[in-house]
Design a protein around this ligand. Structure first.
Ligand code: NAD
Length: 294
């Protein structure tokens, strides 16, 4: 058996095409959604992510502002800029690219973003709203995963879902979204004993670990839906290519549906960032952003 691919690239393109009408409706009211992206330091992966986010904004007709700081910038300077952006009517969404340099207090920085502009959904207020089942901004990566499930006719209600990873960015919000959608959810992490015993029960398996080919075929239930969030760069001796957390070539023969890397969750993450920014602008314009239109 060979699994059917869940094509994130095509779905991302479809959603981005659908966003055009919403951006045009805002433009007719004299509004243009604006996203400010703050990058601190010179981490090569972060530079690529920020460039991709800014380019996606331009292509979708959004205004974007990129603010780059040296690695040794004082936290106070960044906090002052965030206060300025919070008050700027041209900016509807603000994101600070993670990870931050060591001398930063990540929580203090994320909490300094106005919740109404927190399009990454990492502010405690937005994380709390998600935990209560009434989300305002959903973190982009797990939001994208839910859209992929929906677009492929997979209703999590009543299914066993296993999430590997418990980060605030992916694993935890992913688990909450699946709970809110009616799945029975197990969250596995670095302290989990007998990981495979859990993963083998999963109808929906989400891997967000950060280790190349970590999920092997023997860890997957035949007929499962496998979502690979991982983005890992293989060493030069292995070709230097991007690789997910799932051993794709082996797992595709066990799973029913599987996301590729690249071309799976990655393009959906940026797409949902656009969705959240457009929604922030719609709320600001008093149009009432609605998740059903995303
Ligand atoms: P993280 O390092 O914050 O979290 C990794 C999680 O994996 C931790 O909760 C840890 O407990 C768990 N883990 C580590 N070793 C384990 C083990 N042996 N067994 C079980 N669990 C283990 O990473 P993150 O920010 O959540 O990202 C995870 C992956 O997803 C990375 O590869 C990252 O690059 C990728 N990512 C992709 C996107 C995207 O757009 N596709 C977005 C964000 C992150």
């Amino acid at each position: 058996m060979s699994a059917r691919l869940i094509d994130g690239k095509t779905l991302a393109e479809e959603l981005r095409t659908a966003f055009k009408a919403r951006v045009a409706a805002l433009a007719a009211r004299g509004q243009r959604p604006g996203l400010a992206v703050i990058l601190i330091g010179e981490d090569p992966a972060s530079q690529v992510y920020v460039r991709n986010k800014v380019n996606a904004c331009e292509a979708a007709g959004l205004f974007s502002q990129k603010l780059v700081y040296p690695v040794d910038v004082a936290q106070a300077e960044v906090l002052a800029k965030l206060a300025e952006l919070n008050a700027d009517p041209a900016i509807h969404g603000i994101l600070v690219q993670l990870p931050l340099p060591r001398h930063f207090d990540e929580k203090a920085v994320l909490e300094a973003i106005a919740p109404a502009k927190d399009v990454d959904g990492f502010h405690a207020e937005n994380a709390g709203a998600l935990a209560q089942g009434a989300p305002r901004f959903i973190p982009c990566t797990p939001y994208g995963v839910m859209k992929m499930l929906e677009a492929n006719g997979i209703d999590p209600a009543g299914r066993e879902a296993v999430v590997i990873g418990r980060s605030n960015i992916v694993g935890k919000p992913m688990a909450l979204l699946l709970i809110n959608a009616g799945a029975t959810v197990t969250v596995c992490h670095s302290r989990t004993r007998d990981l495979a015993a859990h993963t083998r029960r999963a109808d929906i398996l989400v891997a967000a670990v950060g280790k190349p080919r970590f999920v092997t075929a023997d860890m997957v239930k035949p007929g499962a839906v496998v979502i690979d969030v991982g983005i890992n760069r293989l060493p030069p001796e292995e070709g230097g290519k991007l690789c997910g957390d799932v051993d794709f070539n082996a797992v595709k023969d066990v799973a029913a549906l599987i996301t590729p890397v690249p071309g799976g969750v990655g393009p959906m993450t940026i797409t949902m960032l656009l969705a959240n920014t457009i929604e922030a602008a719609e709320r600001e314009a008093g149009r009432g952003g609605d998740k059903r239109h995303a």
